[in-house]
Ligand binder design. Structure first.
Ligand SMILES: *Cc1c(COP(=O)(O)O)cnc(C)c1O
Length: 447
């Protein structure tokens, strides 16, 4: 005769005695035990194996732990995508974290001039270092690059026309579309050229007395190949300045270090745009720059001054955490230590042999196979570019299930599934997380 599996489930009282309660009220713990037992009954009713007492204890402990977590929490990124927008884009340098801590654990001189003993400006803390390392006349920081583009258009081209190539009318991701931003900003988009080819005379022919600027938008997240043509920044600047117009250049990521050094395509640098004479350049703080979420606007003094006095500048301004982290990140570039101290560059520059050695150490404990893999820079920069890497490949019957189990760990591990295998790329796993990765893998794979 079949046993009744429900009989073997402990009572709520028994489970209460088994779970060491340290942190929550008795009522809350009773509720969690009930919930765990309800789940167990549901499992049994589906015809699956009943959880043991140990399973139930662990389940309640997991729920206790969950109850203490805030929704936004750390995860381990084993995907090999360095600038991963879904995973918070990029880690900050230790120095940037320390700077944020220092100004937020107590008060700061955010808007206080220590020499004069009176009100100061928050902009001053970061502007000098930006102009120093980019060579721009002036700079302004806002909440993110989408805000930077919006403020530039609204502040300098309200009610006027801005000429853009059809090949650059991009959607960045998350539904951020350049034509929509232009409409919201109150400037008028004038499209020129075709998707694949735009020539300088297309811009020339589109200029009217209502034109304020010619704009270039870097095609960050896609690549056009084949029968294509576009104009250079130098050509755009020459035409614009002959006609008394401005040039806006949205670089998206932007970079201060040449990505070609790492066998990647050349991502346009901020310095190139400034040297070409662009009036306003916009880029993100948390893409290849490797700093906090921010939008950085650099360019000609007169243009930046107008933006600083725009009413929306106040609504888009960065907070002290952003300013301290950004200033500290930019100092790494000034001091020539960006490659050693900024995680995004550390990850890009990690030698293949080092990545392979870590993958082999994981494999030695948990099995699987170390295979060639591609890391991506990500974050809408360098599309189609891969950094040769090595990953631990786990061949399992159900890769989705393994990926789910790894996401359920604390901290969760996010992996890539490719060709029916689960891949873990050490490049984006911080070295100090290696032992956690191994522990989690051992638990989930029972090895
Ligand atoms: C990423 C990107 C943006 C938006 O930048 P955020 O910092 O995410 O707001 C704007 N323009 C381009 C070309 C981009 O690549």
């Amino acid at each position: 005769m079949m046993d009744n599996p429900y009989r073997y489930l402990p009572s709520v009282d028994r489970l209460l005695q088994l779970v060491p309660n340290t942190t929550v009220s008795h009522e809350r713990l009773v509720a969690l035990c009930r919930a765990a037992l309800d789940e167990a009954r549901a499992t049994i009713s589906e015809g699956l194996t009943a959880p043991t007492e140990d399973d139930l204890i662990r389940q309640v402990e997991r729920m206790l732990h969950e109850a203490h977590q805030i929704s936004l929490r750390p995860v381990i990124n084993a995907t090999g995508v360095i600038i991963h927008t879904n995973l918070g884009r990029t880690p900050l340098s230790d120095a940037a974290l320390a700077a944020m801590h220092a100004v937020s654990v107590g008060y700061s001189n955010l808007e206080y001039d220590l020499d004069a003993g009176q009100r100061g400006k928050r902009d001053t803390h970061v502007e000098a270092i930006i102009t120093e390392i980019t060579g721009a006349e002036a700079a302004l920081v806002v909440n993110n690059n989408a805000a930077a583009v919006y403020l530039t258009l609204s502040g300098l081209a309200l009610g006027k026309e801005v000429v853009i190539s059809r090949g650059e009318l991009v959607e960045i991701g998350g539904g951020f579309r350049i034509p929509d931003v232009m409409r919201q900003s109150g400037s008028q988009l004038v499209e020129v050229g075709t998707t694949n080819r735009t020539r300088i005379r297309d811009y020339t022919n589109a200029i009217t007395p209502d034109t304020a600027a010619l704009m270039r938008i870097h095609s960050s997240n896609f690549k056009m190949i084949g029968f294509t043509e576009s104009v250079t920044l130098a050509e755009l600047v020459e035409l614009a300045h002959q006609r008394n117009l401005m040039v806006f250049d949205d670089l998206g990521s932007g970079t201060l270090i040449d990505t070609a050094r790492f066998g990647l395509d050349h991502e346009p640098t901020i310095t190139e745009s400034i040297q070409a004479g662009v009036d306003v350049v916009t880029f993100s703080g948390d893409k290849l720059l490797g700093g906090p979420q921010a939008g950085i606007i650099v360019g000609k003094q007169a243009a930046i001054d107008r933006l600083k006095h725009h009413p929306m500048a106040r609504a888009l301004r960065p907070d002290k955490l952003c300013i301290s982290a950004l200033t500290t990140t930019l100092r790494h570039y000034r001091d020539g230590e960006a490659l050693e101290r900024i995680p995004v560059w550390l990850m890009i520059a990690t030698p293949l042999a080092e990545i392979e050695a870590r993958a082999l150490r994981w494999q030695a404990v948990v099995g699987g196979e170390v295979v060639p893999a591609d890391s991506m820079v990500g974050g809408g920069s360098l599309p189609g570019n891969a950094l040769p890497s090595k990953a631990l490949a786990l061949h399992v019957d159900n890769p989705d299930k393994l990926a789910t189990q790894l996401r359920e760990q604390m901290p969760p591990i996010i992996v890539r599934i490719q060709d029916g295998r689960v891949l873990l790329d050490p490049r984006t796993v911080l070295p100090e997380q290696d032992s956690t990765v191994i522990d989690h893998l051992r638990r989930v794979l029972c090895v």
